[in-house]
Each structure stands twice: as C-alpha cells, then as structure tokens.
Design a protein around this ligand. Structure first.
Ligand SMILES: [Zn+2]
Length: 378
C-alpha cells in the first residue's frame, strides 16, 4: 500500500540513518504444528508458505516478478498466464491468470507483488514514477513478505483451486507490479480495458497485507461494497470465523482504487497525490474512459492505519510495513488459510447463484461509485 503526501514528506529525514543499517538475512515462514498433520489444510498452507518464502527471498522487484512467474508455472497455471507491460518508467509487469468460465462475466482478484522501503531514495524514485526501482529495490531492507507476498499467496491458491473446477464466472487473477510507486500497474491495467470488457466485470476483490501475526483479517469499510462485505461475512460465519471491519484508510490506499473509480480526472488526481511531480509526467493511465466497479478490500485489521501512523510519528522507516520489520517471520499461515477458505466459500455461493441465473444487479450511486444491490431488491 503506497503512502500519501502527508506521510512521505517526513521520510526524507531518515536517509543517513538508513545508510547505516546493513541488509538482514531473509527470514522464512514457520508452518504451525497444528497443520502439520492436517491433510485437508496442508496442501494449501504449504503452497502459501512456499509462495511467500520464494517471493520474499528473491531480492528486488524484478526478482519477485520472476519468483511469482515460477510459482505460477510450478502450479500448472502457465496455460492461463499472460503478462502486460506497465509503462516506460520501469521494467515491472502485470501477470494475469485467467480461468475461463461458462459466462463471459468476469470476477477480478487483485494483489500486488512489488515491495518498497520507506527511504529517501524511494521517495525520489516515486517522484519519477518508480524510475529508479530496478536499481534500488534489490537493496531494500524490507522482505515485502507481509506487504504483499501474503496477498499473492492467497490468490495463487484460489487460482489453482478455480482451475480444477467447472466455473460459471470467468476469473481473472491480476498480480500487479508498481503498486508501491503510485498504483501504476492497476491504474494502467484498468485504463487499457475496453468498455465492453469493463462492463462485464462483476466486481473486484483486492487483497493487500493479510495474515499478519497478532492481527485478524479485516474488510476495509467505506471502500468495500456493502453487499460484497455481507457475502464475505456470511461465508466466514458459515465456517465459524468472524470477519472484522476496519474504517476507511486515511494514510494509505491500494489497487482497489482504479477499479472503484477511473477517469481522466481521477487518474490525474491520483498521480499528483501518489507521485507528486511525477503525476505531471506523461502516462497511459490518463487516457481512461470513466468507469466504476464494486470492490471489496481485505487487509489485516489496523494495518492500513497504523503502519503509516507509525512512520509519521517516528520519522523513520521502522513501521511494520515498508521496513526491515516486514519479514516472513511475522506471517500467520493460519490466518492466511482462514482468508483463503472464506474467499473460496464466498465464491462457492456466488457460483451457485450464477448457475441459477441470479445475476448481479448493479447501480451507480450519485457519487459515481458502482454498487451491488441485494438480489431481493432486483
Ligand atoms: Zn501493499
């Protein structure tokens, strides 16, 4: 999740101290004992563990991209894979796994694979729309395990699960790059979608920084569509889990944003807000037709607020995210598995409704944001 102007202006101060810190060794996730003999849970949990360790242990953002691609191939998902150039400011790409269904209606899942550090070099790079990323991301102190190898790991498991089933909906799993440098991967992806394609998107679920040790997974209120939130909470309840809600984030944002609202005006405004002067450099995502898709965002409870608060308070990159503290040791695989089951349960219900010809009913509210209506209101 990128930080806004208020937060980033403080980060300059930390430069000298950061240079004194040496690179730490990469920690790995620990498989909890309770799952070691659980035959129903073990394949998914072990899969997520491998994904996180591979991505977190692969250095800079291009290494992470290569590790993700390898994970996709290892899981037999290569036939569904395509990649997408992001922009001329960097070498990162978006990877897309599309699992076809009977219907051409699309359900999106989104997670970013890139990472960042809170330091003055990344701040400069941010103002150049991520131009220095290839050079500087291999020396980041952060492993980017929590933010956001966790989200990627949950989505990869879901993609693999969907690829084994006969689906009604078409599922598009979008693994975006350049999220930490101004949501550039998701903004350009949505901007490039044709109008008809955009109209066939039912909703988009974004997963960013989940399964953080000591925190429950949360739905992000305000951002998330009420009907989708209701369906996720119902799926959790059926499994005997509780799903909490977090207030709308003040300091950070994530890849749900361009799905929720995209037009020339909004994209230009995001550019200025997220990349400062970089926002006035020419970019493809300016050329976006207006559109809005209902979204649902998952993050660990408190994380979208507290990480930015912490950095702002201490003027140093010592928050739980975007710093050396973001390591695989802090991943709770049990929480990740819980979220995977909740999403899988939610899809099970949505698939059933889809087969029963119970389509989503969408309205666009007065503020231009698209929302799903309860089936009973249709
Ligand atoms: Zn993130």
């Amino acid at each position: 999740m990128p930080l806004s102007a208020n937060t980033l202006k403080f980060i300059f101060c930390s430069f000298m101290l950061l240079l004194l810190l040496s690179a730490c060794q990469v920690a790995t996730t620990h498989l909890p004992e309770e799952f070691q003999n659980d035959n129903s849970a073990l394949p998914a949990i072990a899969g997520m563990q491998t994904t996180i360790d591979d991505i977190a242990g692969s250095g800079g953002n291009l290494g992470r991209l290569a590790a993700l691609q390898k994970q996709i191939e290892t899981r037999g998902l290569a036939p569904y894979l395509s990649s997408q150039h992001i922009d001329w400011y960097g070498l990162q790409k978006n990877l897309i796994i599309e699992i076809p269904g009977k219907s051409s209606q699309i359900i999106y899942f989104v997670a970013h694979y890139d990472k960042t550090d809170a330091n003055p070099l990344t701040f400069v790079s941010l103002m150049l729309n991520g131009f220095l990323d290839t050079l500087i991301s291999p020396i980041f102190l952060s492993d980017g395990a929590l933010d956001n190898a966790t989200g990627v790991s949950v989505l990869l498991e879901l993609a693999q699960q969907r690829s084994r089933l006969e689906n009604y909906y078409t599922y598009r799993f979008l693994f975006v790059g350049s999220e930490e440098t101004g949501l550039r991967g998701s903004r350009v992806h949505v901007a490039r979608l044709a109008d008809a394609e955009k109209a066939s998107i039912q909703f988009a679920i974004n997963v960013d920084t989940v399964g953080v040790k000591g925190a429950e997974n949360c739905i992000t209120d305000g951002v998330s569509d009420p009907q989708l939130s209701y369906q996720a909470i119902a799926a959790a309840k059926k499994l005997g889990y509780t799903l909490e809600s977090d207030p709308s984030p003040t300091y950070s944002t994530s890849d749900y944003l361009p799905f929720q609202e995209l037009s020339f005006a909004s994209d230009f405004a995001y550019g200025l807000q997220l990349n400062f002067v970089g926002g006035i450099l020419p970019q493809r995502s300016w050329f976006a037709d207006p559109g809005s898709v209902p979204v649902l965002n998952f993050s660990s409870c408190g994380i979208m607020q507290s990480s930015a608060d912490f950095i702002t308070s201490f003027l140093l990159p010592f928050g739980q995210l975007h710093s050396f503290r973001d390591s695989a040791e802090l991943v709770d695989l049990g929480e990740l598995y819980e979220l995977y089951l909740i999403l899988d349960g939610m899809l099970g219900r949505i698939e059933k409704d889809g087969v029963n010809k119970d389509p989503f009913y969408r309205i666009v509210k007065h503020d231009g944001i698209s929302s799903i209506q309860p089936v009973s209101a249709n």
